[in-house]
Design a binder for this molecule. Sequence first.
Ligand code: C2E
Ligand code: MG
Ligand code: MG
Ligand code: MG
Length: 282
Amino acid sequence: HADVAMYRAKQHGRNGYCFFSHDLETDLLKRHELELQLRETLEHDRLEVHFQPQYNLRTRQIVGAEALVRMRDKHGQLISPLQFIPLAEETGLINQLGLQVLNKSCLAAKKWADMNHGIRVSVNVAAKQFANVNFWDEVATALEGAQLPSRLLELELTESALMHDFDKTRGTLEQLSELGLSIAIDDFGTGYSSLSYLKAFPINVLKIDQSFVKDMLNDKQSENIVKTIIHLANSLDLKLIGEGIEYEQQQRLLLDMGCEVGQGYLFSKPISESQMTELLTR
Ligand code: C2E
Ligand code: MG
Ligand code: MG
Ligand code: MG
């Protein structure tokens, strides 16, 4: 009964006691350590960006790659972004983090384009980062700095990142779109939002959330949701990317239903930049 414990803690607080369970204390210490680690990593420009190839499911050609940030602990072990991205958002470090990922991703995309492997690199953008008044400028500067043709950059936004201030969001998206890059909705179908934004905003791609792809073989409702997303995308002239494809049957079903591009462990996990270079030149 977490609420009872919380109530008790509050009561203690009122009486002037500081209520601290051992677990809470270790959690706070871990959090603090992670924050220090993140600050140090950012300061020394030691973030890594890994890339997960995206495939044309019909031809098995690589058509793009999603950039996924990675951080190492003192022992060189990778820490999951699911741990440090929320922390970065809470501490405001997300802007600095996002900018480093954006710049590194543009440079990698430019390197591959120069090797005659012009694939589109897709970069995740956090809600706070998107809301930052400098965001458009940072994107434009990253493209210029890397000399990257803007059609080779895609930005991934979640529905919730777009749902704050309608007019401001539309303005920013239109400005970004004018640069010539592509805008994708990440984890599509999992946000609590109306669909009307799809016609009001310049969106190019829907990424079918991996939870639907994961369940669609065993669960008719998930399959129907995927089908509906695909119909929606086709009728609004949006591109599609299926996420989290782990099994041959999932990729076949996606293809049968009309989703032509996908990523997932079936093809490749996220890999380092040099592994990606190797994969492209193979
Ligand atoms: P996401 O953007 O939806 O990225 C997809 C996640 O699914 C990645 O996890 C990827 O490694 C994982 N994945 C890919 N294929 C499969 C598969 O077949 N099966 C399963 N089970 N998982 C698969 P990752 O790299 O741990 O990233 C988790 C989340 O962290 C991302 O979800 C994204 O929301 C966030 N993230 C990662 N990098 C960045 C970044 O540079 N900036 C921001 N703001 N968020 C990021
Ligand atoms: Mg993503
Ligand atoms: Mg996703
Ligand atoms: Mg996700």
